[in-house]
Design a protein around this ligand. Sequence first.
Ligand SMILES: Nc1ncnc2c1ncn2[C@@H]1O[C@H](COP(=O)(O)OP(=O)(O)O)[C@@H](O)[C@H]1O
Ligand SMILES: [Mg+2]
Length: 448
Amino acid sequence: MKSLRPPQTPPEPSVIKVLLVDDIPETREQLRKILAFEADIEVVGAASTGREGVDLARELKPDIVLMDINMPDMNGIQATELINREVPTAAVIMMSVQSESDYLRKAMLAGARDFLTKPPQVDELYTTIRKVHESNAEIRRRYEMMDMTPAGPSGPGAHVRVAEGSRAGKVVVVYSPQGGVGVTTIATNVAAALMREGVKVLLVDCNLQFGDVGVFLNLQTNHHVADLTSTVDDLDDEVIDTFLTAHDSGLRVLLAPPRPEIAETIVPENVSRLVKALAEKFDFTVVDTSTSMDDLTIGLLDIADKIILVATPTLPAIKNVRLVLDVLDALEFPPEKAVFVLNRMQSERERGRISAEAIENNLKRQVAIQIPVDDRAMIAAVNRGAPLVAGDRSRSPTRELVELATRLHIDLIGKRKKWRKRSRCGPHGWAACLGTAEYRTRRIAERV
Ligand SMILES: Nc1ncnc2c1ncn2[C@@H]1O[C@H](COP(=O)(O)OP(=O)(O)O)[C@@H](O)[C@H]1O
Ligand SMILES: [Mg+2]
């Protein structure tokens, strides 16, 4: 029997776009010939120096870059670092002769995803390209989903600084009435995961007495919230630039005071005024908070566009969340202003576990994201002084943290098209340090 539906065209098989970067013309030619045999691989360009490689990567947006290490002008390591930062959807495979294992280690740290010994075996070349391409699928998917693939120099997201005052200015406050449930973990990771090319993010530590964002991100500075609360009416770009600590990734951070007694000198109202004023210069301002439901916290919740309410699946935490939800109702916040997140979720096999469904039924509130418990990963991230989202984003609990950031992005700003006109490229984001650091470290351990 004939189908009444119009014939469906099969989906286009996806082709892996490869950029070759090598200063020896014969090597480029040879690689081009070998790769031409494979239907799912297409060489989209070739560069003879590191600098040219970076330019072409920006322009052509390849999926894979086959990169030589030793080249004139800019070597493969620097080029890899730049490509990783500026074109995070492109995964670099380094090529080198065997004796360069030290270089290779540096290259992996710069963000290379794998390496091949020159001259590569044909089968190994194909397999490595496909494997790395597959392992980068999650990163590509996220950029595609948000339509955030960085544009080339001539594209709409070209590298031009945005005029100040034209930022989205959204404030996300992370709060829990219970200590130790993961507020700082979520604030730092969500801020880091919101970082994208063209998106400016600020993280403010408003846990004024015992803020530990500086520890989580391994940042040291003499500047902190109290420096700015006193001058909140005279904030200009220069003052802001001086007082906000800049992380290499482009994330800006305003830390809590270094000693608890300094918090006593700060007028709570000035903190929310400060956050509001700073937020105008950023697309997202993520705020870490203490557990107290005091004037400071209420002021912050008030100016928030979204509140991430965090709890662990334990009876006391749930009881306290109930109380907070009552406060939010009393403040007449619309229910959708708060996003309820469960952290440290145990596996279903764990005995005595309280399920998300039971919590939802009890609170009459939907759980937006469940973040699994993973002590090892969390401890390692804090010890490294880098957020978890700087590692492999396809693995839990990083995946859930990124998912939370993606939801916030979509809820608050929508897909890029809506606000692209207002936003141009700024700093490059964690994608630089991100990629998949854990994966790379594993590769180094395995192969170098
Ligand atoms: N999902 C998780 N799995 C395992 N440990 C976690 C998780 N989330 C947070 N932690 C750890 O719990 C501790 C408290 O987290 P933190 O973010 O400082 O909480 P809070 O800011 O609410 O006091 C930290 O050591 C952190 O690394
Ligand atoms: Mg904290």
